[in-house]
Every structure is written in C-alpha cells, then in structure tokens.
Design a protein around this ligand. Structure first.
Ligand code: OAD
Length: 260
C-alpha cells in the first residue's frame, strides 16, 4: 500500500467497495463504556471463562452464571452506540452490498440501526429455554436468578455462544460466504484470538483487509492496512460515502435478512 495517510486511504477504499464486510469485536464498544474481554480492565482478568461461560459451568451452577450475566447486563444497559456503531449503520444504508458481522453480544450495533447484521456469538438480551427451546428478548435488569421460561417453567439461559459450543450454522455460513466474496474487509476492535471467528479474515479471497485497532493482533502482519486508532475516534473523521454511482454495476443486496 502507498504511504498515504491511512484515514485518506481507508476513506477511498470505503467509497469504492461494492461488497464490503466489517467484522467487529469488543473494542468497537469500548468507547461506549462496555468493558472488553482481554484488555487491562478486561472481563476475563477477573473471571475464568471456564467458571462462567461454558455449558458445563451453567449445568453446575446456573445461579452463579446468571449473577455474572446480570452484572454484565447492568453494565451494558445504559451504554449507547458510539460514532463507530453509528457510522457502520449509516454505511449499510448507503451501500446495499455491506454486511456487518459482530462477535459482540451487547446489541449496540442493532441499537445504532444496523440490520444486515450477523451476531455470531448471539445476543445478551435474548433468553432461550433449556427445556422447550423458546427464545425471546428480555431487557429486564436485573433478571430474577435463575430466570424461568414463561411457557414451560424450564430454566432459561443467555442466548449467547459459550466456549465449547459451535456457532449457529446459518451465522457461520452467512459470515464465511460474505468474507470470501468481499472486496473490502474491515476488522475492527478484536484481539483475533477466539476461534473460529479469528480465522474469518484468512478466508478472504480478493478483499483488501484493513484492521482498526489501537494495538497489534496476530492478524496484523498479514494485513493490507493497519489503522492504529480507537474505532470511534477514527470514524468520527471519515465522511460517509454516498450510494454507489449509477451504472457502476451496483450490487444486488447479497446479504439480506437479519440476525440469525
Ligand atoms: P477482546 O477483549 O479479546 O479484544 C478487544 C480488542 O479491542 C483488543 O484487540 C483491543 O486492542 C481492541 N480495542 C480496545 N479499545 C478499542 C477501541 N476503542 N477501538 C478499537 N479497538 C479497541 O475482544 P474480542 O476480540 O471481541 O466470546 O473477543 C472475542 C470473544 O472473546 C468475545 O466475543 C467473547 C470472548 O470470549 C464469547 O463470549 C463466545
């Protein structure tokens, strides 16, 4: 890549892209006040994942797991989308080929208005019954511990993907296909260590891959462009592109639908 200013470079790439994809992680919500997982104040510093975010932990002590999720829901409930969430939602409206893939369970992309969105790790505000499978949003904070299904009285669990669980098949297919077909891939605010999502960028075939992260990650050496910046501060500086010029082979909405 040229020695141009990375912001100018990124602005040009975003304007040209026909099938852009963004993959976000906890860092995109950091400027909204949501703690990341692995930073100095990261959630995993104080809690061992195997004690809390696994099916085994939930089977052993659902109340303990629910206390932790209640604590996280309390932290996240007042959080509001920051300029990065809002920019990505506006980009979706301007570019019908754009797909947003997030590992975040905080719901802030949806709150900002993103709809062509794949929440690969689920959503903290969705509860799923372990007995009848009923799933629904519940924004009460705090929830009674442990919460019970209004239909069958079964134990409810958070609608998220835990360590040791597979990603929902539809979310996985949609995400990997979009990355393979992308002409631009933005990797924003993820430490790129949790599989399988950490490997998504390696599936890109023709895409220019750009990382937006104040710190280096295992992906950094293989990227086309690395913008060392906080996401919200960066997107505040990037003008929103208009829709693709007429007659330029504007794409069909290749990533329709909503969250899996
Ligand atoms: P991490 O906490 O591992 O990484 C957060 C990344 O965001 C780090 O690389 C930071 O440098 C970067 N970062 C911090 N502030 C930022 C900012 N303002 N703008 C941009 N980047 C910033 O979070 P994830 O990579 O999302 O999984 O973690 C992946 C998965 O691990 C999570 O989805 C969760 C967790 O276990 C499940 O719950 C299944």
């Amino acid at each position: 890549m040229s020695g141009r200013d990375p912001v100018a470079e990124l602005t040009g790439l975003l304007r040209k892209a026909r099938r852009p994809v963004a993959l976000t992680g906890a860092g995109v919500s950091a400027e909204s006040g949501v703690p990341t997982f692995r930073g100095p104040d990261g959630l995993w510093r104080r809690h061992r994942p195997e004690d809390l975010a696994t099916p085994e932990a939930f089977a052993r002590d659902p109340a303990l797991v629910w206390e932790w999720y209640n604590w996280r829901r309390e932290r996240i409930a007042p959080a509001r989308p920051n300029p990065a969430h809002r920019w990505l939602a506006a980009y979706e409206r301007a570019n019908p080929g754009f797909l947003l893939i997030t590992q975040n369970v905080d719901g802030l992309h949806r709150l900002a208005g993103s709809r062509r969105l794949v929440e690969v790790h689920g959503n903290l505000w969705v509860l799923r019954c372990t007995r009848c499978g009923r799933e629904g949003e519940d924004r009460r904070v705090p929830l009674p511990v442990p919460p019970r299904c209004p239909e069958c009285g079964g134990l409810l669990r958070p609608g998220v993907v835990w360590f040791g669980e597979p990603l929902p098949a539809e979310a996985l297919t949609r995400s990997t296909e979009a990355v393979q077909e992308a002409d631009l891939l933005l990797v924003i605010g993820t430490s790129a260590v949790v599989q399988p999502v950490a490997s998504f960028p390696l599936l890109a075939r023709g895409a220019v891959v750009v990382e937006i992260n104040p710190a280096a990650t295992p992906l950094t050496p293989s990227l086309d462009l690395s913008v060392r910046s906080a996401a919200g501060a960066l997107f505040r500086r990037i003008p929103l592109p208009g829709p693709p010029p007429a007659g330029s082979g504007s794409p069909s909405p290749s990533h329709p639908g909503g969250t899996p």
